[in-house]
Write a protein that binds this ligand. Sequence first.
Ligand SMILES: [Zn+2]
Length: 110
Amino acid sequence: MKYCQGTLCHTYDTSDRKRGVKGSKTNQTRKRTQFDYGDGNFCTLTCQDDWFRTHGTNAVNHFGRVESPIILTEDNAWQRQYNQDYWGDRTQPQWVERNTISKATRECEQ
Ligand SMILES: [Zn+2]
């Protein structure tokens, strides 16, 4: 079990956030085995957005702010795409990588 990382999760008034004995229940951060947002860290997109509003700028500064444009070149232009050949021939890989500049195709990790 883990807690939603949303900084305001406990402020949203829903019955599943109420914990404690009758008469002294409190709203608490959601706790689950799995969350579906923000790489499994947030219970909703709202909680993910709350976290980013609180910590986003610090996180970007910590991990490295983009200070100049990142240029698309043939080396970094590979994108994972569905392999159309897979429709007619299930022995073909389901996914391939296509280069958006050279239009070349290569195998990728399935
Ligand atoms: Zn939450």
